[in-house]
Design a protein around this ligand. Structure first.
Ligand SMILES: C[S@@+](CC[C@H](N)C(=O)[O-])C[C@H]1O[C@@H](n2cnc3c(N)ncnc32)[C@H](O)[C@@H]1O
Length: 242
């Protein structure tokens, strides 16, 4: 009798699986910059991160520098520009979609970036496992998937449990920058984050557009559709964590 394989308990994640087919220029970037992609052990799915996985970022980058993480950067419009403009910081992208990662590599190579690494993984897993507590100078979540339907809201990246994780990972003085073009998601973010015991809204309301942030593909789509862009920025509340 053949044994039935154990069922994999499906986690609620903020992304859907898509075809990982790359175009020729993405394939070329993927090959040429393979050393910028950090491979980590997985659990059950290809986007998961094993709970005992570890990356020593100082030895990966060969220096101790302020560490910036972006989750869901897509094709890398923001990280390529900002990493090039801030060579004194180290930048790590957690993105699940390989063709988008390949485009990020290609953009970074064109911009002459030397301070970027990428992990193809669920950023929630990766942030929890691969980043030390109280170590991050910045975390970015720009234009996360909006998951419009009410029954899909549980898939939204920005939620109270995720905020707890970010609050644990930011260094004192670290910042979490967010942006979205969906008014209801923006309000939901404010509701969760303004009430957070450890995080503090750095602007007591919507943040001004971060001047370093170039317009990304999804921001451009939102603007073309006539939507307002909401920026948010949170730090660590003084005395908020003991
Ligand atoms: C709507 S797109 C926005 C891309 C980019 N930030 C921009 O503004 O153009 C969302 C991106 O987040 C990625 N993503 C969604 N959930 C993720 C997760 N948990 N970890 C890593 N990447 C994720 C998707 O693959 C996609 O590339």
């Amino acid at each position: 009798m053949t044994e039935t394989p154990p069922r994999v308990q499906r986690e609620v994640v903020s992304f859907v699986r898509r075809s990982a087919r790359m175009n020729p220029s993405q394939e070329k970037a993927w090959r040429e910059h393979a050393d910028w992609v950090i491979r980590v052990p997985k659990r059950l799915t290809s986007t998961s991160v094993a709970s005992d996985a570890h990356v020593d970022w100082a030895s990966v980058f060969g220096r101790d520098a302020p560490l910036v993480v972006e989750i869901g950067g897509g094709t890398g419009d923001v990280i390529a520009a900002v990493a090039a403009a801030h060579p004194q910081r180290d930048h790590v992208a957690f993105e699940v979609f390989e063709p988008a990662v390949a485009s990020t590599l290609s953009k970074c190579a064109r911009a002459g970036v030397a301070n970027l690494r990428v992990v193809v993984a669920n950023g929630v897993d990766a942030l929890g496992t691969l980043i030390e507590d109280r170590s991050l100078a910045e975390l970015w979540t720009f234009f996360p998937d909006p998951w419009h339907k009410k029954r899909h809201h549980k898939r939204r990246l920005v939620s109270r449990p995720f905020a707890d994780l970010v609050a644990a990972k930011l260094a004192d003085g670290g910042v979490w920058r967010l942006a979205t073009d969906w008014a209801d998601y923006a309000s939901a973010m404010r509701e969760v984050l303004d009430d957070h015991p450890v995080l503090v809204n750095r602007y007591n309301g919507w943040a001004p557009r971060w001047e370093d942030r170039p317009q990304s593909r999804y921001e451009a789509k939102g603007i073309a559709a006539g939507r307002t862009i909401y920026d948010l920025c949170y730090g660590i509340r003084e005395g908020g964590r003991r």
